[in-house]
Design a binder for this molecule. Structure first.
Ligand code: 5RP
Length: 219
């Protein structure tokens, strides 16, 4: 099966977790786009959705979904999103689509994070996928120097301004053997808004599609 078919299969499989009358947090990306399509088929059964990006909001609106502001709710049972990489402890790299800050906020506000991936996203150690970091524009060169001190090779993602008006640095050559501690230390660099390591708030449930079907890992 090609990768798009695997993304579609896992996007539709996530529907089984959606109970009636709930609000669902929605991530960003091509896998999530398939989940949005699947969700639209049961849209009358749910209360609405909280979106993590303009791209997802656009698609959700196209399907006539009820978009709810995170500030208007007190709890969120599920957040559904994909990842760029995930390890066996369910820690992830996210941010390929530059929506990592909103994604981390909604994921953290949710009771359960369901990560939907095709099997190509599974890794033994995070870091082969360049680590995205959202940074305040004036701090760019300072943050680059700080990241070089920890052994990374940060590259400025040209022509990308995040929805929060910031820039993205993609850090190459990192071997992330301790995601919790690296997430914490990069978060402490002044000017860093969000680091794309999702380790403090990792996935609770992982759905993985491969040629044989969709495997579910529940903690
Ligand atoms: C966006 C993300 C996405 O989850 C990640 O990039 C995976 O995307 P795709 O489903 O297109 O492979 O973190 O910021």
């Amino acid at each position: 099966m090609n990768q798009n078919k695997l993304k579609e299969a896992v996007g539709w499989a996530a529907i089984d977790f959606i109970k009636p009358n709930i609000i669902v947090g929605i991530g960003t990306g091509s896998t999530v786009d398939y989940f949005i399509e699947a969700l639209s088929s049961i849209k009358h059964r749910i209360k609405g959705v909280v979106s993590s990006s303009a791209k997802s909001t656009h698609k959700l609106k196209k399907f006539g979904m009820n978009i709810i502001d995170l500030n208007d709710i007190n709890s969120l049972p599920f957040y559904i999103d994909s990842a760029d990489e995930i390890d066996s402890a369910r820690c992830m790299i996210k941010g390929g689509g530059a929506a990592l800050t909103q994604e981390k906020i909604i994921a953290s506000a949710a009771d359960k994070f369901i990560c939907i991936i095709d099997s190509s996203k599974k890794v033994s150690t995070l870091g082969k996928f360049p680590l995205p970091i959202e940074v305040i524009p004036m701090a760019r060169n300072f943050v680059i120097r700080e990241l070089e001190k920890i052994g990374g090779n940060p590259r400025y993602r040209h022509k990308i301004v995040t929805e929060n008006g910031n820039i993205i640095l993609d850090v190459h050559n990192l071997i992330i053997s301790d995601p919790v501690s690296l997430e914490r230390s990069i978060n402490c660099i002044p000017g860093v808004v969000t680091v794309g390591i999702f380790a403090s708030r990792k996935a609770d449930i992982v759905l993985i599609s491969n040629d044989n079907g969709v495997e579910t890992i529940i903690t």
